[in-house]
Design a protein around this ligand. Structure first.
Ligand code: ADP
Ligand code: MG
Length: 333
């Protein structure tokens, strides 16, 4: 499993030393690496409560996956909703669904959390293959975010065959829950990375790299200096297969049910909310540079768009923080 964002946590030893020697008292640092939400996750926390907090996070993320968001885990709330065609959900899931639906609406349906039936046909996490056109059309008939209705904590589907899939927002939503759980802990700084979504905590500035799709693991095309925010990335090179010389990736255009082909290879979003950053990375990938940048602005977020030909477009608020580090790429706006 590749990671689109690379947390260069140990970039400046001097900065790290300054963080660790606050007030002359050595702060504790704790690290964890674990597998959850179908991806490699890692975290580094500093501060008095760092060791205890770091111990708790992997179990918390796994519980969110198996208890709430995963479509595959039979016991999850999403799987139960899909089986029963609706029901009453926890306030936490209702909030996630409501925010996801709102972004789906703002994106004009570019984000569609009812694409489950279509994703199943492509089977990116299992045995990926091109679905037959007729199957795709049949599955598409049961998609559309408008079919998901929320009234308080009660969820109903207009179409009993619609399949809820929170794959595009789950990791971001999990980061929001992690941040909430860490709120009362005595921590100085932290970085929590769930695959393509990262949470930065505290006043410390971190260097986060955007992976170079053409490079080796660990190669970046650009770096960003950021603090106290969430960053999510969607890349066409994260999950894909090749058939008949063509490449098929996992970010789908809800209008066609097929992988988006608009010349983009990566979209990265910086936001306060994890859910918003994750949802927008997918939505803006589908929308392309112009409409994607407009959506990001509408949601008060910053964005970086990377095209196949090396063109990089960055929104104004992120320009100073972004440095293109690979000469094959250039900022074009
Ligand atoms: P990743 O899961 O690799 O972090 P994304 O956040 O971009 O990447 O989410 C991609 C996942 O979201 C897909 O695996 C699929 O389950 C789902 N998905 C794909 N296209 C869309 C879309 N247009 N709207 C909503 N969900 C989507
Ligand atoms: Mg996403």
């Amino acid at each position: 499993m590749k990671k689109g964002l690379i947390a260069l946590a140990a970039v400046a030893a001097a900065v790290l030393a300054a963080v660790l020697l606050y007030d002359g008292v050595a702060a504790k640092e704790a690290q964890q690496t674990f597998f959850a939400m179908d991806t490699v996750c890692s975290l580094t926390l500093t501060g008095r409560d760092a060791p205890a907090a770091a111990e708790e996070i992997p179990a918390q993320v796994t519980a969110l996956e198996t208890g709430l968001f995963s479509r595959q885990a039979e016991s999850s709330a999403v799987a139960q909703l899909n089986r029963s065609g609706g029901g009453t959900v926890s306030a936490q899931l209702a909030q996630v669904l409501s925010e996801t639906r709102e972004i789906s609406e703002k994106s004009g349906g570019a984000l569609d959390c009812t694409l489950g039936g279509v994703s199943d046909l492509w089977d990116f996490s299992g045995e990926p293959h091109i679905p037959q056109a007729a199957q795709l059309q049949a599955a598409l008939a049961h998609t559309g975010y408008q079919k998901l209705r929320l009234s308080g904590n009660t969820v109903t589907y207009d179409d009993s065959a619609a399949v809820l899939d929170l794959g595009a927002v789950g990791k971001g939503a999990a980061l929001d829950a992690v941040r909430e759980a860490l709120q009362d802990k005595r921590l100085r700084s932290g970085i929590v990375s769930l695959g393509g979504s990262i949470l930065l905590l505290g006043r410390r500035t971190f260097t986060v790299g955007i992976k170079d799709p053409a490079g080796n693991a660990g190669d970046c095309l650009a770096t960003m200096r950021l603090s106290d925010c969430c960053i999510s990335t969607s890349g066409s090179y994260e999950r894909f297969f090749e058939e008949n010389g063509e490449r098929y990736h996992h970010i789908l255009d809800p209008a066609t049910g097929r992988p988006v082909q608009n010349g983009l290879v990566n979209v990265t979003i910086v936001a306060q909310s994890g859910l918003v950053s994750d949802a927008l990375s997918t939505a803006c990938f589908v929308l392309g540079v112009e409409d994607g940048a407009a959506l990001a602005a509408d949601c008060g977020c910053e964005a970086v768009f990377v095209a196949e030909n090396g063109d990089v477009t960055v929104t104004d608020g992120l320009r100073a923080a972004l440095k293109v580090t690979n000469p094959d790429y250039r900022i074009v706006n």
